[in-house]
Design a protein around this ligand. Structure first.
Ligand code: SAM
Ligand code: SF4
Length: 342
């Protein structure tokens, strides 16, 4: 394990790409496995990766430290479901030491919330200040249908525990045509009533079968127009550096976010890179290309080769993603969301 006391005062590099953007944010997928099977994310009979292909927690930590040395300031764990990874708390504990040294500004995670009741206290004790929890509906039956077998009480208990532990919670909901549209006001009242931001995500054409998604695809531009008929929406200029555009609702005082990868271009300000649990570095979620870091990592005790691969990959980061809505079809890429975690 790296002695971080020697690292804290060292000069940090920065990860610049050819278009002048700097990568400061790493989304680290710690597993492709999940305890749910959301219909827009995974097939019901998913085949998961062989364990030998998945990086160990020690390897994930070592890779994360290479990114931190290269100027990454924020790490978000994702998956699959990050909290189903055995001993994931040991990784979080190790990463949390970089919060203490000031090398990291933020350590956070995106979770489906089913295991939050068990882990919220520990997360808070390791310096995690906020979490994103995915919840598309408050209707237990629809929750079960969307997740194929999930029980909503577990998520609600998770939200309770997270808030009791002092974590700030943002709820993420994938917008879809149909029931979602009739339930959206209830979701808003629920989230804002508990002091939580709520962000809508436009469904992305990942994981093959992209064309068939057109039936469920709900443009957030349409959703926003619909909300404007019932809610007083005040646009906000604050940004999290991510693709979400925020508004405030006068009635609730709460914030709503809109993540619209299909409708507008957020690539010009993109500061993020993504690492799969097998060590594939994706500098753009909307492209298929990636760079394998696992071989370099496993091939040497030193980090020089891995560092060079990362720097070269970030330099080559594409200018923008390649999602497209064309002739009533969504043109996507052939990779499940769960391999990278969104
Ligand atoms: N399991 C965790 C969860 O559900 O929050 C983390 C991983 S999940 C892949 C990350 C986010 O991606 C979730 O908010 C989920 O709703 C979203 N997501 C999954 N598939 C999607 C898709 N096809 N389009 C848009 N968002 C998607
Ligand atoms: Fe699992 Fe999250 Fe994908 Fe749902 S969205 S199947 S919870 S990884």
């Amino acid at each position: 394990m790296v002695d971080i006391s020697k690292r804290a005062c060292g000069h940090k590099s920065s990860l610049k790409d050819q278009f002048g953007r700097t990568a400061t944010y790493l989304r680290l997928s710690v597993t492709d496995r999940c305890d749910l099977r959301c219909t827009y994310c995974m097939a019901e009979n998913m085949t998961f990766l062989p364990r030998k292909d998945v990086l160990s927690l020690e390897e994930l930590y070592r890779l994360a430290t290479v990114f931190i040395d290269q100027g990454i300031r924020k790490i978000r764990l994702t998956g699959g479901e990050p909290l189903v990874r055995k001993n994931v708390m040991s990784l979080i504990e190790n990463l949390s030491r970089h919060l203490e040294t000031g090398e990291l500004d933020e350590l956070t995670l995106t979770t489906n919330g089913t295991l939050l009741a068990r882990y919220a206290g520990q997360l808070a004790s390791y310096g995690v200040k906020r979490v994103n929890v995915s919840l598309d509906t408050l209707n237990p039956e629809r929750y079960r249908a969307v997740t194929r077998w999930g029980r909503i009480e577990k998520v609600i208990n998770g939200l309770d525990a997270a808030q009791a532990a002092g974590l700030r919670v943002k709820v993420n909901a994938v917008a879809q045509k149909g029931d979602f549209e009739t339930e959206v006001d209830e979701l808003i009242r629920f989230a804002h009533g508990r002091g939580m931001d709520l962000t809508f995500i436009e469904e992305m054409p990942l994981g093959g079968g992209a064309a068939s998604r057109h039936a469920s695809f709900l443009s957030l531009a349409d959703l926003r127009r619909d909300l404007e008929e019932r809610w007083a929406i005040v646009p906000l200029t604050d940004t999290t550096g991510g693709p979400a555009k925020y508004v405030r609702l006068k009635e609730t005082g709460g914030r709503l976010g809109f993540i619209t990868p299909m409708s507008c271009d957020f690539c010009a300000a993109c500061n993020r890179v993504r690492l799969s649990c097998t060590g594939q570095l994706y500098t753009c979620m909307g492209q298929d290309s990636c760079v394998d870091l696992r071989e370099a990592l496993r091939g040497s005790n030193g980090n020089e080769a891995t560092t060079q691969l990362i720097r070269a990959a970030v330099f080559d980061k594409p200018k923008s993603h390649e999602f497209e809505v064309k002739n009533d079809q969504i043109i996507g890429i052939d990779r499940a969301m769960s391999t990278l975690g969104g």
